[in-house]
Design a protein around this ligand. Structure first.
Ligand code: AMP
Length: 279
């Protein structure tokens, strides 16, 4: 496995490859990330994983400083998983000058997580566009990028970006990988105290309860959302949103819409967790 830190080295190393499958990450890798690497391996012999904690996608009061950085352990895990190349740039390598040119996502990026993290998806779209150029430009083969469904809204926005900019990249989505008790794996789970960790599956349980109620014919979506928010708040959560959406448009669903997703984001202590359940 080759580990490179500069764009120039990566481009050079990739020059002899045609088909590439790319997995962007912020590192501190867990089974969820490794699942994406497994998927990537089925699409191309050359699997490239990036590890970059992207400053553009963190708001001013967010956790970029304390975001866990575990490069050595990540590299060992990727080696074991069979990745071919790792691109781990510094912030100066990615942004030698202020990144004034940005990708502005559509209005969906102002809803759900975007309502609480106003510049987040612009930062994500911009770094992903830049990484796509760094990894894929100059290759005539099949370009595959693998993202987790864990970040459902992010996946939606990346797909829109690829479509609207006519990028020659196929996106493959990996299922959410969960802990045994249902908690979605996340680097941020490490911030939870033992008591909070025990409580953390409640978010997913609340979303699943809404999904079940809808499956059983309850279409009082707003009431279900409100009840779930109250119930979590009573148990000590600070809820950003619980929202039933169309899984195709991410907009509030039409009355008889069948493809639905129940999304939620909430904080335990200072730790913000997101999750969703698809119907
Ligand atoms: P991150 O390192 O958090 O930026 O995530 C990098 C990629 O891994 C994104 O495409 C995420 O959606 C995906 N990912 C993160 N957590 C999980 C999980 N528990 N299951 C599956 N994919 C995940």
């Amino acid at each position: 496995m080759l580990v490179v830190h500069t764009i120039r080295e990566l481009r050079q190393a990739l020059s002899s490859h045609r088909d590439i499958a790319f997995v962007p990450t912020m590192g501190n890798l867990h089974e969820g990330h490794l699942h994406l690497v497994e998927i990537a391996k089925t699409y191309a012999t050359c699997v490239v994983v990036s590890i970059f904690v992207n400053p553009l996608q963190f708001g001013q009061n967010e956790d970029i400083e304390r975001y866990p950085r575990t490069l050595e352990r990540d590299l060992a895990r990727l080696h074991e998983a069979g990745a071919e190349m790792v691109f781990a740039p510094t912030a100066t390598e990615m942004y030698p000058k202020e990144q004034t040119m940005r990708v502005i996502p559509s209005d969906i990026a102002k809803q759900l997580c975007g309502a609480f993290r106003p510049t987040h998806f612009e930062g994500v779209a911009t770094v992903v566009m830049k990484l796509f150029h760094i990894v894929f430009d100059g290759h005539s083969g099949v370009h595959t990028a693998v993202f987790g469904k864990k970040d459902f809204q992010q996946l939606f926005i990346i797909r829109e970006m690829i479509e609207q900019f006519a990028l020659n990249i196929q996106v493959v989505a990996g299922r959410i990988v969960r802990e045994a008790d249902g908690l979605a794996m996340s680097s941020r789970n490490a911030y939870l105290s033992p008591t909070q960790r025990q409580q953390a599956p409640q978010l997913q349980q609340s979303l699943a309860e809404i999904a079940n109620a809808i499956r059983q014919g309850n279409r009082e979506v707003e009431a279900l959302e409100r009840e779930a928010m109250h119930s979590l708040t009573r148990r000590g959560w600070e809820v950003d949103y619980i929202s039933v959406r169309s899984s195709e448009t991410l907009q509030p669903p039409a009355p008889n819409e069948q493809s639905l997703v129940v999304l939620g984001a909430a904080r335990l202590g200072g730790t913000r967790l997101i999750d969703h359940v698809e119907l």
